[in-house]
Every structure is written in C-alpha cells, then in structure tokens.
Design a protein around this ligand. Structure first.
Ligand code: FES
Length: 93
C-alpha cells in the first residue's frame, strides 16, 4: 500500500460569499489539482480535500499542507501550476 506523504486542504467555505474562499472559486482550484494529481506517478501519495474555514478568510483562497504545516494563501483558482510545484516539493521531501 502506498504511503500518504502529504494532505492538502483547500478552504471551500462560503461559496455564495465573494469575500470567502468558496466565493473565490476555491473548489474549482481543488478539482483541477485533484484531477492533475490523479495523472501523476505520486497519485496514491496525496489527498486534495476541501476544508471548512481555516481562519484565514482575509487571505483566501487559503490552503494548508499536512503534516508539513505549509500554508499557501491569497491563491487564485488559476494558480494550478504554482500549487502543483508545491505538491511535488512536499511529495519529494
Ligand atoms: S473562508 Fe477560507 S479561510 Fe475562512
């Protein structure tokens, strides 16, 4: 069984509120990352899950990797390449 190396949580709170992560299309970012990860050799080593409010609403879209405790804030739904680089880094650690 493949060991999970990192778990990415992306806030999906407030899809109907423009100032919240969900209102900034965080779910679109999550779905893109999830789909891309499924095509990679490390597919079984990562989970990309939605999270409730991470307490960083003013810096949304907010995300955090566990167990690395690495935050990535102020993301846009188009930050797919940026986040894929972060994912690869956390897988290779
Ligand atoms: S709504 Fe995303 S961190 Fe609060």
């Amino acid at each position: 069984m493949t060991k999970l190396k990192t778990h990415l949580f992306i806030c999906s709170n407030g899809p109907d509120r423009a100032e919240k992560c969900g209102g900034k299309n965080s779910e679109e970012l999550r779905q893109k990352l999830k789909a891309l990860c499924k095509t990679e050799s490390f597919a079984g080593e990562i989970r990309v899950n939605s999270a409730g409010c991470l307490g960083q609403c003013e810096h949304g879209i907010a995300s955090v990797f566990y167990p690395q405790a690495e935050w990535n804030l102020n993301l846009k739904s188009t930050d797919v390449d940026f986040m894929m680089k972060k994912i690869r880094k956390n897988i290779e650690q």
